[in-house]
Design a protein around this ligand. Structure first.
Ligand code: PGA
Length: 255
């Protein structure tokens, strides 16, 4: 299988932006712009409180809705957390886990990311698993070790069948929200290495089939080049997913 046969996925990550009314307005604006663009999956991962508005506004469109995290337990005394069953019942199809902001500001570890990955999968969600090195790790030459460890631990106990619902997002931490994009060669190199890790864990066929996104200051200007690389099957987009025109350009670049 080659790139052309893998599912391309362009996903927005709104982070802590947009209220429910702003969400409705945004989706109504975006939907006609991306209508008929079926060369990639189009996903917007939104704050929990925006999910209902997002799902309602995108009914009958080619836009799917994701959440930005999921708790590892099914239910219980976990104040402030949201379960996979809650998300699924709200019409969520995707969930981001292991985003570097969660690791950096909310003490998430490879082990909690593993729990959240399994919880998303157990509830029928497609999991966008984020991995990526910090600037220090890159400078110390341990980029491969870092993403390999993050990928392996996150997927501990995930079956080959469930892996079909996993997307890996390679997001170098130094490129997120900084305007500094990895070069297409840097991004391609690490995405290829991650595919190699999947081959070690699950075999060549699974590695060829898995969708690997790049994320980190992907925008309307640089998306086409990044998306042309053999091992980059999509993007996870922060800042540029908050503007419907920019997001549309990126979706078009993935056609
Ligand atoms: P950015 O964010 O596109 O704003 O760099 C990407 C991400 O954090 O997923």
């Amino acid at each position: 299988m080659n790139k052309a046969k893998r599912a391309a996925v362009i996903a927005g990550n709104w982070k802590m932006n947009m209220t429910p009314s702003q969400t409705t307005a945004f989706m109504n604006e975006l939907a006609p712009k991306v209508a008929g663009l079926d060369g990639c999956k189009i996903v917007l991962c939104v704050p929990f409180v925006d999910i209902a508005a997002a799902v309602e506004a995108t009914k009958g469109t080619n836009i799917e809705i994701g959440a930005e995290n999921v708790h590892m337990e099914a239910k219980g005394a976990y104040t402030g957390e949201i379960s996979g069953a809650m998300l699924a019942e709200c019409g969520v199809k995707y969930v981001i886990v292991g985003h570097s902001e969660r690791r950096q500001y909310f003490a998430e570890t490879d082990v909690t990311v593993n729990g959240r990955t399994k919880a998303g999968l157990a509830n029928g969600l497609k999991v966008i698993l984020c991995v990526g090195e910090t600037l220090t790790e890159r400078e110390q030459g341990v980029t491969y070790e870092t993403v390999a460890r993050q990928t392996k631990v996150a997927l501990l106990g995930v079956s080959a069948e469930d892996l079909r619902n996993v997307i890996i997002a390679y997001e170098p931490v130094w490129a997120i929200g900084t305007g500094v994009t990895a070069t297409s060669a840097q991004a391609e190199e690490v995405c290829g290495q991650i595919r190699g890790v999947i081959a070690d864990l699950y075999g060549a066929e699974a590695a060829e089939a898995i969708t690997i996104q790049y994320g980190g200051s992907m925008n309307a200007k640089n998306a086409a080049e990044l998306l042309s690389m053999e091992n980059i099957d999509g993007g996870l987009i922060g800042g540029a997913s908050l503007k419907s025109d920019d997001f549309t350009v990126i979706v078009k670049a993935a056609q």
